[in-house]
Design a protein around this ligand. Structure first.
Ligand code: UDP
Ligand code: MG
Length: 334
């Protein structure tokens, strides 16, 4: 049995990899000691460090191979091309074999020294322990943008994604299995992590700057991730047309009423010919359009929920103490 998998997605990190491995190696004894104190592991403290190479084009892949050859603790899964960070994390969850799975970045922005604290919280009974960025090294504009984004997502989403968190976290095997079973393909991991439920807690840390190299998140990729995050955690933006429909009822009724009354109130010579019929037609057609858009969004929201096929519920435990390993999804149609 493998106690812990440390999964690290890698895309062109040749500058940081040697330092990362040094830092990990010097932390291994501490991590093992912490694992030995986890009761359910019954003394096992086997670790695997799984690098998911996300189609690196620099020397990362070869570097990782040398680590794998020299130390059996390292493992390497190479993706056939660059599929993106979230896809690499998804692959990591799939291939990890540990009873707990830690995801961390490969640029040392997620300090390996924090892993033992994640394990300690896991040992207290938490199934999800995510690292919370107390501070981060970003410009004022980016910090404001991050804060605004998390505000929006926490207001709109059904299971609020915790602000100032990334993928750095520890997940219990139960949660990993459930996430792996979800049929949706486009995965926003921190959204799924919030959505699964179970006992969750956070661990605060100061996020340092990238050790070397450049961020792989260009502005375009960041925006894509933000849109992916929002659209996978909520369908509420679709209902904007519903809000507009209801707002327009008041406005359209007032305009139409005025248009009808104006025939009698406004002197005939000051009343343009055809004005009443024009205004009422525009109002009615406008209302009809908004209403049908709203109806469409109601069906699209339903379709979306059915297509991503999240289970209707997840069982945490049962008073009969029945075990629910790899719970079947209640909407499983296969
Ligand atoms: N990464 C990846 N595939 C990508 C982009 C990034 O596997 O397409 C990895 C990257 O090597 C790093 C982690 O994901 O280990 C986080 O990326 P990065 O540090 O560039 O993101 P940032 O910290 O700037 O948000
Ligand atoms: Mg980084």
């Amino acid at each position: 049995m493998i106690a812990l998998s440390i999964v690290i997605p890698i895309y062109n990190e040749q500058e940081t990899l040697p330092d990362l491995v040094d830092r990990l190696d010097s932390e291994l004894d501490n991590i093992r000691e912490e694992l030995r104190s986890v009761q359910k592991l019954q003394g096992t403290a086997t670790i695997e460090i799984l690098f998911v190479d996300d189609g690196s084009t620099d020397k990362s892949r070869q570097l990782i191979s040398t680590f794998v050859e020299t130390n059996g603790i390292y493992r390497q899964v190479n993706l056939s091309r660059n599929f993106g960070h979230q896809a690499a994390v998804a692959a990591g969850y799939k291939f990890a074999r540990g009873q707990a799975v830690v995801i961390m970045d490969g640029d040392l922005q997620d300090p390996p020294e924090l892993i033992k604290q994640l394990i300690s919280k896991w040992n207290q009974g938490f199934c999800v322990v995510y690292a919370l960025r107390r501070t981060r090294q970003a410009s004022l504009i980016m910090n404001t943008a991050y804060r605004l984004y998390y505000k929006i997502i926490s207001v709109l989403s059904d299971s609020p994604v915790q602000a100032d968190t990334g993928d750095f976290s520890l997940l219990d095997r139960t949660v990993v299995d459930i996430i792996n079973q979800l049929p949706e393909k486009e995965r926003y991991m921190r959204g799924l992590r919030a959505w699964v439920g179970f006992r969750q807690t956070s661990l605060e840390y100061d996020r340092p700057e990238r050790k070397a190299g450049k961020t792989k998140y260009s502005m375009a990729r960041l925006v894509k991730l933000a849109v992916q995050g929002l659209t996978s955690t909520t369908v509420k933006p679709l209902f904007l047309s519903g809000i507009l429909t209801f707002m327009s009822i008041v406005l359209i009724s007032a305009i139409s009423l005025y248009a009808l009354l104006a025939r009698w109130v406004v002197p005939e010579d000051r009343m343009p010919v055809g004005w009443t019929s024009l205004i009422t037609t525009i109002s009615v057609v406008g209302f009809g359009q908004l209403m049908s858009t709203w109806l469409l969004s109601v069906y699209i929201a339903r379709l979306f929920r059915e297509v991503i096929s999240r289970p209707t519920y997840i069982v945490e435990n049962d008073s009969l103490a029945l075990d629910y390993p790899n719970q079947p999804t209640t909407t499983d149609r296969t």
